[in-house]
Ligand binder design. Structure first.
Ligand code: SF4
Length: 311
């Protein structure tokens, strides 16, 4: 019989000793948030926005099970409720997200709108994905393991690779574009280091407002991304050694589930788990330099309006 507890423990260990784009973004946003999620493994209540994102992703994944001619807005709308039922069966607490049926209907309508916007950005009848929800991983020469899930990977007849990521929010203002692309460069780096091919195109699809963001990376970009990730990992290891997981207050605190135990909001974090014992005396903490985690000076990206283009 499968040992589910052992499997979970292994997954948690893997999360602690490898890096995904989400956890890297957590640390860049707020080291204390990273600690709460990865080191303390504190649970977070489900949110309606996150659940809607999961639902829309599930529908878009299943849409490509249909024959090309049948991949239309009606088919996507038809998939919505069955996929929601599957999510609730897997995570029953999702059913409690809504105060009443009317609230749930408004939420579902927003998901329908996002799916409708998807069809203004591309024609899925013209696309045959090579992979959907692809798990990717690689080990850098430093020994750091990178991992993640790619929403969709398209490969053209000529072998060009396009990484596609669906976002259920709106496209970020220009200032935050590089940050949004960090995740895509991260995936591109993993594919390049594991398979030797630099992806031709990175494509973010913002279903909240119907915008595309596209970027063509090159080796120099990916080497810079690798250096940035290595620096980030060293900063994480320094925080682990010193126990200095500093909170970093920002607009994102508004959505943080850990405000009640965050010093920025008058709270007190729990003691660190026994398995994470700082090895650097507190007196030396202030001399430990912070990692450079700025995303400034990244190459520009191209924003595209709705279009039905292949790679
Ligand atoms: S509330 Fe803000 S500062 Fe505190 S842990 Fe969350 S993200 Fe960090």
């Amino acid at each position: 019989m499968e040992d589910i507890g052992a499997g979970t423990a292994q997954a948690e260990r893997q999360e602690e000793w490898s890096l995904s784009p989400s956890r890297a973004a957590d640390f860049m946003t707020c080291p204390l948030l990273y600690r709460f999620r990865v080191i303390d493994k504190l649970p977070e209540p489900p949110s309606a926005a996150a659940a809607r994102g999961t639902l829309v992703h599930a529908v878009l994944e299943r849409l490509f099970d249909q024959r090309p001619a049948n991949r239309n807005p009606h088919a996507a709308a038809e998939l919505l409720m069955p996929e929601w039922d599957k999510l609730v069966a897997a995570e029953p607490e999702l059913a409690g997200l809504f105060g009443d049926e009317q609230e749930r209907e408004v939420w579902l309508e927003q998901a329908r709108d996002m799916l409708g916007r998807y069809f203004t950005l591309e024609d899925p009848a013209r696309i045959e994905p090579a992979h959907r929800e692809l798990e990717v991983t690689t080990v850098l020469s430093s020994g750091l393991r990178l991992r993640g899930y790619i929403d969709r990977l398209d490969v053209s007849a000529a072998g060009d690779v396009r990484i596609v990521d669906y976002k259920t929010g709106t496209a970020p203002p220009e200032y935050y574009e590089a940050r949004a692309l960090f995740q895509m460069r991260f995936y591109a780096l993993v594919l390049w280091r594991s398979g030797g091919t630099v992806p031709r195109l990175l494509q973010l699809m913002y279903l909240g407002n119907g915008e595309l963001m596209r970027y063509a990376p090159d080796e120099a970009d990916l080497r810079a991304t690798e250096r940035k990730i290595e620096a980030l990992w060293r900063a994480i290891q320094r925080a682990r050694a010193t126990g200095d997981w500093r909170p970093r207050r920002s607009k994102l605190c508004e959505w943080c589930a850990h405000q009640p135990i965050c010093p920025e909001f008058g709270g007190t974090p729990p003691p660190l788990p026994d398995s994470v014992v700082p090895t650097v005396p507190q007196a030396q903490v202030s001399t430990v330099p912070e990692a450079r985690t700025s995303t400034a000076l990244e190459p520009p990206v191209s924003k595209a309006s709705p279009a039905m283009e292949s790679i």
